[in-house]
Design a protein around this ligand. Structure first.
Ligand SMILES: Nc1nc2c(ncn2[C@@H]2O[C@H](COP(=O)(O)OP(=O)(O)OP(=O)(O)O)[C@@H](O)[C@H]2O)c(=O)[nH]1
Ligand SMILES: [Mg+2]
Length: 649
């Protein structure tokens, strides 16, 4: 038996889905969080029918005639897969708007039960809903629930199961004269007059509006956003998160675990090479990554609270003013916020953008937002090269915003884009964020992080260890520079010279980073910590010998702003739906990271140390070639814009 959850965006479908199935799908306080259909079996507790019940969570929709890609997923599913029953989630904080979609669902001939959600908000506002009147008018069952506390869910499931196979009365607006959308609205207004008793009228300036006057203000909005982000990132990277990670890195993975393993292996007399593989390669590399787990957990806990409070939707409004100028829309910010967790769902979230050009641009620009996997690199460089400072983490996010805005401008110049579209986004009311939800999201992220570290990163690291310990004749070698890894890295290393990065190790680490960004840290752990017998993340250690603080910052930028990991590239390819655009996007990302690192190294070294960095002359040649290339592309774009104008005249 299939029960579909359908309703407006942000009405609480995924919250209900998670409560009914025990899953931990992404819940956020904004419209357009779910962009894909999700199916799961109902929890035993609610399994009351003879046959197994499956719950289907759908993206939010305002109407059955789809306007955006993810709305189409919902209407296609409802119209074609014919669920046995639809639970229509009506947002109790926004009843009259939600009922428009309800009237359309009630025309389909599929049994519908209305779940009037967010009953807690209705009660808090002092509104009164007359459920019987509403049932009479709609001709279907109405069950009042609070998805967040699971109140009323058993009743809801029972009601839904009981109407499976029944012939529900259909509403019909198609026979009416004139515009049937207007007819629906008028009808909804009449039935709500009888069934809803509102305490406040709509024109009342409420608490949310008052906060918005400040945080979404024309001038204050952006500085407030920066301050909040600064607080969150420095708390996570340098504050509590950094402190806990330092302990894990120094004590647990720096001493306790390797010492215990070494004495265990020495005790049973294992082959020293085998011992090194396990202790230095596998455990050392994975440990260097896992050490950053607390930092990731603290960050995602804070971000989840911020998001659930409703603030992030305001950020979309603030950003819209700036984004419009560069050919993006305020809606582009949502994929980017999601992308701060992981670029893959971030890129998938571009589906909510209707305009094809805005969607492509957002897909290309979203991976520039530092994701969770990039945090360990940021944290490592911050500790080793800039100890006791708090600006490195936040500065990376400010650069990311700059890269996105300037990148948008450049993309607009390089390719032919149409005009930008309007941006309408509904703002949910502010609320006290749910700690429970934040904890769930935090552990979910932690689980993903550990899973990745103990699978793909473990495998990669064992391989990296092997490649640095053996030469091409498969003989164990004490001299790293004669190893397989060194010879592979040396092929790529010359490309990094114009950036001021010298050493095959840096090339090797960057390459492993494309498999998973955490690998950069893990590879460094194998290459440097082992050789010097000291922990990777100490200031002045082996890693510190490879860079000056300026080139270290440039290397950080290089790894963060070149293309994302392979999995995220796959998502880009899927969402672009065009190989041409996919490769254009990759080329763009690669050149952004490369040129950015080049500029940081050379300008930074000149300004701060008053001398030229390694690779200064090659860098000049690269810049000239780059400028020529970009000018050519802009000329070409202008020419095709001109032919486009001629053709339309
Ligand atoms: N107060 C209150 N908030 C709720 C309730 N149910 C859900 N919410 C909140 O509503 C917001 C949206 O929840 P989601 O479950 O993501 O909504 P959705 O319908 O899946 O949204 P889309 O995927 O964007 O269509 C979150 O902030 C939830 O915490 C409820 O019963 N009471
Ligand atoms: Mg959802």
């Amino acid at each position: 038996m299939k029960i579909a959850l359908a309703g407006n965006p942000n009405s609480g479908k995924t919250t209900l889905f998670n409560a009914l199935t025990g899953k931990t799908e992404y819940v956020g306080n904004w419209a357009g969080v779910t962009v894909d259909k999700k199916v799961a079996a109902i929890k035993n507790k609610y399994q009351i029918a003879k046959e197994p019940i499956d719950i289907v969570d759908l993206p939010g929709a305002y109407s059955i005639s789809p306007y955006t890609g993810e709305e189409a997923i919902t209407s296609d599913f409802v119209l074609e897969s014919k669920p046995d029953v639809i639970i229509n989630i009506v947002d109790g904080a926004n009843i009259s708007r939600s009922l428009f979609f309800t009237t359309q669902l009630l025309e389909l001939g599929i049994p519908v039960v209305v779940a009037l959600n967010k009953a807690d908000i209705i009660t808090k506002r002092g509104d009164v809903v007359n459920g019987h009147e509403l049932e009479k008018a709609l001709g279907c069952k109405v069950v009042t629930i609070t998805a967040t506390t699971e109140k009323g869910l058993a009743d809801l499931v029972t009601t839904a199961v009981n109407i499976v196979g029944t012939n529900q009365e259909r509403l019909n607006f198609n026979d009416l004269d004139g515009n049937n959308d207007v007819a629906r609205q008028t009808w909804i207004k009449t039935i709500l007059e009888k069934s809803l008793n509102k305490k406040h009228n709509a024109s009342h300036v409420n608490f949310s509006d008052r906060i918005d006057m400040i945080v979404a203000h024309k001038w204050f909005g952006l500085p407030i956003f920066f301050l909040i982000m600064w607080g969150v990132y420095s708390f996570s990277i340098e504050g509590l998160g950094g402190f806990l990670s330092g302990y894990l890195n120094d004590v647990v993975f720096g001493e306790v675990v390797p010492n215990a393993l070494n004495s265990f292996f020495e005790g049973i007399g294992v082959n020293p090479l085998m011992q090194a593989l396990i202790v230095d390669g596998a455990v050392g590399g994975v440990g260097a990554v896992i050490g950053f787990l607390p930092l990731i957990m603290v960050l995602f806990f804070c971000l989840s609270l911020l998001e659930d409070s409703g603030y992030m939707s305001r950020v979309a409004v603030i950003m819209d003013r700036y984004f419009k100028k560069v050919g993006l829309s305020g809606k582009s910010i949502i994929p980017m916020i999601v992308g701060s967790g992981c670029a893959i769902p971030g890129v998938m979230a571009t589906r909510t953008i209707e305009n094809e050009n805005e969607k492509r641009m957002t897909t290309i620009l979203t991976p520039f937002v530092p994701c969770g996997a990039k945090l360990p690199i940021i944290a490592l460089f911050s500790v080793v090269f800039f100890p006791n400072t708090s600006w490195v983490g936040p500065s990376i996010y400010i650069i990311a915003i700059g890269v996105i805005i300037i990148g948008g401008l450049v993309l607009k110049k390089l390719f032919v884009w149409e005009h930008t579209s309007f941006f309408i986004m509904e703002l949910p009311e502010y609320k006290i964020p749910s700690i429970k939800n934040a904890i769930i999201q935090m552990f979910d992220k932690a689980k993903g992080f550990i899973y990745k570290a103990t699978t793909i990163i473990l495998v990669m690291n064992t391989l990296v260890w092997f490649m640095q310990a053996f030469n091409w004749k498969l003989q164990a070698t004490e001299i790293q520079s004669e190893s397989i890894l060194a010879s592979v890295g040396s092929v790529i290393a010359p490309l990094l010279i114009p950036l001021g990065f010298v050493g095959w190790q840096l090339a090797a680490a960057s390459i492993t980073g494309f498999i998973a960004k955490e690998n950069v840290v893990a590879t460094f752990a194998v290459l440097f910590a082992m050789a010097s017998e000291e922990a990777l993340h100490v200031p002045g250690g082996a890693l510190a010998q490879m860079f000056t603080p300026v080139t270290a910052y440039a290397f950080l930028a290089f790894n963060l702003f070149t293309p994302p990991c392979f999995a995220a590239m796959g998502a880009m390819n899927a969402e672009m739906g065009s190989k041409k655009w996919f490769f254009r996007g990759l080329a763009f990302q690669l050149s952004v990271g490369y040129i950015l690192a080049l500029l940081i190294t050379h300008i930074g070294t000149l300004v701060i140390y008053g001398e030229t960095a390694v690779g200064f002359i090659p860098a000049i040649f690269v810049l000239i070639a780059y400028a020529v290339g970009v000018t050519f592309l802009i000329k070409r774009a202008n020419a095709s814009k001109a032919t486009l104008v001629e053709a339309t005249e």
